[in-house]
Ligand binder design. Structure first.
Ligand code: ADP
Ligand code: MG
Ligand code: MG
Length: 252
């Protein structure tokens, strides 16, 4: 069993007009074998939450904690966070020119496990993970995210999730820019991961459409840097019908 605990997290970002408060006290616990969705309008701070958990230097933590199995992730380097069992898929995955998908994955896997994966089985595993995401084996020779279509970026993130096998996956807008076929493939990949033993998933999204394929145990409505309300599938249905208006009005 594992547990990601976000406790009263407060974060500012540096802007031209000085530091701006973005996260205003976020509290959320994701136990293993749970899938949580954070749904919120643009600008509500969802990506800030993902970046803060990831350790992006642009974001300053001004209060609170993020614990993975009791260990403070905020004290760790980005590598240490991955080693502790955290996986993050960013809304805008970065390009790494000159580094192939295959080498990138092998380096990441080696860093996380503390030893290099056995070459023969590893190549088989990589090709299998790509194939499940409808990506050709030749894809592994391309530079990470360079010239990838929106769908290829998101599908390769899920292949990476499959191979790195973290404890907790935080997926920021993994559904954005996907056509319906890619959305289905990506959702199936998330579901396969979530069905493994002791995995936690935090799915951050703006749109309700992915909820047709990935069924979260909890939905959190996120507005103005805070969780405004937590519920089940009924909350997704309400958002689908009425949008974020009710929550935005209440947050002012
Ligand atoms: P979301 O992912 O929910 O759309 P973000 O976390 O991207 O929201 O942004 C939340 C708010 O923080 C927005 O008002 C945005 O303009 C501001 N913000 C986020 N990152 C930065 C940054 N690096 N510089 C300036 N403002 C930022
Ligand atoms: Mg599970
Ligand atoms: Mg965002």
């Amino acid at each position: 069993m594992s547990k990601l605990e976000i406790k009263d997290l407060k974060v500012t970002v540096e802007t031209e007009d000085g530091p701006k408060d973005i996260l205003k006290g976020v509290t959320l616990t994701i136990n293993s074998n749970e899938t949580h969705a954070i749904m919120g309008p643009n600008g509500s701070g969802k990506s800030t939450l993902a970046y803060s958990i990831a350790g992006h230097p642009k974001y300053t933590i001004t209060g609170g904690e993020v614990l993975l199995d009791g260990e403070n992730l905020l004290d760790m380097s980005v590598d240490e966070r991955a080693k502790a069992g955290l996986f993050l898929a960013m809304q805008y995955p970065v390009e790494v020119p000159g580094v192939s998908v295959a080498n990138f994955l092998r380096t990441a896997k080696t860093a996380i496990d503390g030893e290099a994966p056995k070459l023969r089985t590893w190549i088989k595993d990589v090709n299998g993970a790509l194939e499940k995401m409808n990506l050709d084996p030749a894809f592994s020779q391309r530079s990470v995210n360079e010239g990838f279509s929106g769908g290829e970026k998101k599908r390769s993130e899920i292949a990476q999730l499959d191979l790195l096998d973290p404890k907790v996956a935080v997926l920021d807008e993994i559904d954005s820019g996907l056509d319906i076929d890619a959305l289905k493939v990506v959702s199936d990949g998330i579901n396969r991961f979530a069905e493994r033993d002791d995995k936690g998933v935090l799915l951050i999204t703006h749109y309700t459409r992915i909820l047709r394929y990935v069924k979260p145990d909890y939905i959190h409505v996120f507005v103005n840097g805070r969780v405004a309300e937590t519920g089940g599938s009924e909350l997704g249905e309400e958002l689908e019908a009425n949008g974020y208006d009710r929550f935005l009005k209440a947050s002012v």
